[in-house]
Ligand binder design. Sequence first.
Ligand SMILES: [Zn+2]
Length: 357
Amino acid sequence: MGGAKMIKCLVWDLDNTLWRGTLLEDGEVHLADEVRLTVIGLDQRGILQSIASRNDPNHAWSTLDRLGLTEYFILPRIGWGRKSDAIGEIIGELGFAEHSIAFIDDQPFERAEVAYFLPGVRCYAADQIPSLLELPEFSPPVVTADSRQRRMMYRARFRRDAEQASHQGPDEEFLKSLDMVMTIARARDQDLDRVEELTLRTSQMNATGIHYSAQTLRSFIADPDHEVLVVALSDKFGPHGAVGVILLERRPAALRIRLLATSCRTIAYGVGAALLRWIIEEARRAGVHVNADFRTTARNRMMEVAYRFAGLKVEECNCLSPAAPIEEVTHLHLVPTVQPPTSTLRIVAVDLAVSEA
Ligand SMILES: [Zn+2]
């Protein structure tokens, strides 16, 4: 399994591939059970699916609707142009690398055309459908809660981006119009894979650049002096999924932020600043100071700005000792004051004062 580059999106041909028959000639088409199960199986693994088909768009889409399949496909390209153009557009909108895209078509000519213009795209013949779910490139090693809702996350993203592009006026007005809700919850065992993944791909917004494995995080969950929190964001368009992770340590006179990492995509939504304000407010309610580990990396300048902006700085205080020194890590400090509420998003958070039973 190891080496195989994962497919992130499979683009389907329709006639004699997804369904049996040619819509324009036969009128009636048939969907085989194994095809339906393949579509659903790929969807559950978090592999996106799209369409590149030569057909009348309305006719084809209403047929997909009758077969109960429309919800599984994003960015469909149904028309009379070249399939390589259609797939190129899909790749552009997703922002994926060519090699993470697959194309399945019964016609050797279509596969050859796509392979010629998009040499990275992996092409499959329609008779390979029964074995697709067994191929390593369609078998991600880990399926997380976010994998299962990936299609909805992308659909929400397309609608959100379209609205943002057409929005006139100040950004804050746009952010308020999204009705964002940020959920901060204690991480459970089943969250750890996506939390680990977040710490790996959030280098711009990682306060220490330290990556925590799922195993290390698991040991912190079991430790009453630590809190591992997972942050999710949703808005009126749908879920963003998990966007942040926080590792806190309860010290006798301080709440210590050992890790704060948020996804780069959500910087514009003010997630990092809102999380810092929430942590500071939690410390204030508990009557303790805030400590934060910070280590400058090549890419986390924005997180440094967020920490400074929240008022965290290098200063002497009794609450800081005895902290075990970590190489190159600076310990920032703050005496918390009442934090202004965040106007652009609503926070639904665990109460840190109440420990889990
Ligand atoms: Zn202090």
